[in-house]
Design a protein. Sequence first.
Length: 132
Amino acid sequence: SVLHDVLAVGSLGLSGEVINSFPLALDLEFQLLDVEGNAVPMADNAGHQTIKAGNLDGSPVTTQLNVVLGVQKGIEIPQIDAVKLIFRATSSGAGLAEDNFIQVQLNALIPEGVSVDLKELMGTPSDPEIQK
């Protein structure tokens, strides 16, 4: 998979924003899951960010997201099947409302870059599809 190939040579950056209307500060943790649903060991300080609490009146607060996903050095990287987001809340003493929400918008960044073999991607010149 592409994610496996990216993590084999470096890390994956995630940027974006989290909009939170819950009056609770949140710890956001990203987990990489293999095809059996097991969490892949992450590098130290990878995959965590604190999300600001929403306002007490229920209006949302936006937190800019900047997280790096990387695996521990020296492990064999399995095929990655999913990325799991876990939100843990810290209570501020405020009540919750039915219309509270969390909205996450993500962009993926590959700090080390990507190399693409166009011959492999497009096929070889002898490929009948290319000769058309």
